[in-house]
Design a protein around this ligand. Structure first.
Ligand SMILES: [Zn+2]
Length: 348
């Protein structure tokens, strides 16, 4: 098991903005501006920059900032057989917004590794612990039209097997934490408890590195902010999945906590797990002050032991400007530093 020496090790939930020479900035799922070999080189250069910015902001657990992918789910699916990207259907994603999605037309499989080369490249660039994000099985099936299995559960189990192959190779490439993004866990509560968490455990089977599940309320796009307005004054969605997650083999749960209406005491339901506490709002251009970050972490500390609290962002920062994302990274590490010092004083 990986040991992180720092108390309150900081990380981001996922993506960072891409440089304007690689993709149009401040736009989610923006198409690439380069092709072929130039694109590969551009992705590597962008990864170097994203890493440098994290190191410069004193982020302890670093990532590729998702510079190597266009979309957190479809980029992975593009590499699989059995999915026809020409044959598209409009479906409702996470019961929230319509999207044109590819169709599952046959058995699904991973012919070759998807992110492993990029993870090896990141590993070569830094000695810090690295985290790599993959989509979760339930969020994957929710981003497709299934014309073959005709069963959400069956397809999810197939994806879980494929994710496990990829995860094992990421671990061998030196990844310290593998994170599965499962925003769908905040929507399909019955399925989450019937087979969603079980599928995720299949995806991490046999792994020795740490594993995380990221459950958020989504990027700061209109469909999500409109949806949040319908959720009332208390967001209790986490309450549905937490009891089973607490019993699961996953090591870390990554949550949206800052500027959200999630009652912090829900975290009590996953007592014993490590918690990536989102202390940075990704749906706002206002840069948090270190004191605001510290406040969110202090509130979380009532329900998470200090050695299990990992300060993080609510979600990915891809749609933000680079300057704002940089400011937010610095606020995150400065806020964590305040609380780290307070803890050292009380432990001393
Ligand atoms: Zn997220």
């Amino acid at each position: 098991m990986t040991k992180f020496k720092t108390l309150l090790p900081t990380s981001t939930a996922g993506s960072l903005p891409k440089p304007s020479w690689l993709a149009e900035p401040e736009k989610l799922w923006s198409p690439w501006k380069l092709q072929d070999e130039a694109l590969n080189e551009g992705k590597q250069d962008a990864l170097r920059v994203a890493l440098q910015e994290q190191v410069h902001a004193n982020i302890d657990i670093v990532s590729d900032g998702e510079q190597t992918r266009q979309h957190f789910v479809t980029t992975f699916i593009e590499h699989l057989t059995g999915v026809d990207f020409e044959k598209r259907k409009t479906v409702k994603i996470r019961d929230r917004y319509d999207a044109s999605v590819p169709t599952v037309v046959g058995a699904v499989s991973r012919e070759k590794p998807v992110f492993v080369e990029s993870a090896k490249f990141l590993r070569q660039q830094t000695d810090r612990p690295i985290k790599w994000a993959l989509p979760g099985p339930m969020t994957m099936i929710d981003t497709l039209y299934d014309d073959h299995f005709k069963s959400r559960e069956k397809l999810a189990w197939e994806f879980a097997k494929i994710l496990n192959q990829e995860a094992k190779e990421l671990e061998a490439a030196g990844v310290d934490i593998i994170q599965f993004d499962e925003p769908a866990f905040n929507v399909f509560f019955d399925e989450v408890n019937d087979w969603g968490i079980a599928c995720l455990e299949r995806a991490i089977e046999g792994l020795k590195c740490e594993t995380a599940v990221h459950i958020c309320y989504g990027y700061g796009i209109k469909a999500n902010t409109d949806w949040k307005k319908t959720l009332g004054s208390e967001w209790r969605q986490y309450e549905q999945a937490f009891p089973k997650l607490q019993q699961s083999n996953l090591d870390i749960i990554s949550l949206e906590c800052h500027n959200s209406h999630v009652p912090m005491d829900l975290i009590e339901l996953i007592r014993g797990k490590k918690v990536m506490v989102g202390a940075i709002d990704v749906a706002s251009n206002l840069i948090e002050t270190p004191e605001q970050v510290a406040n969110t972490l202090r509130k979380a500390l009532k329900f998470v032991d200090a050695d299990k609290l990992y300060p993080s962002t609510n979600c990915g920062m891809a749609p933000l400007s680079r300057e704002i994302a940089r400011g937010k990274l610095k606020a995150l590490s400065a806020g964590a530093a305040i609380v780290r010092n307070e803890l050292k004083l009380t432990l001393a």
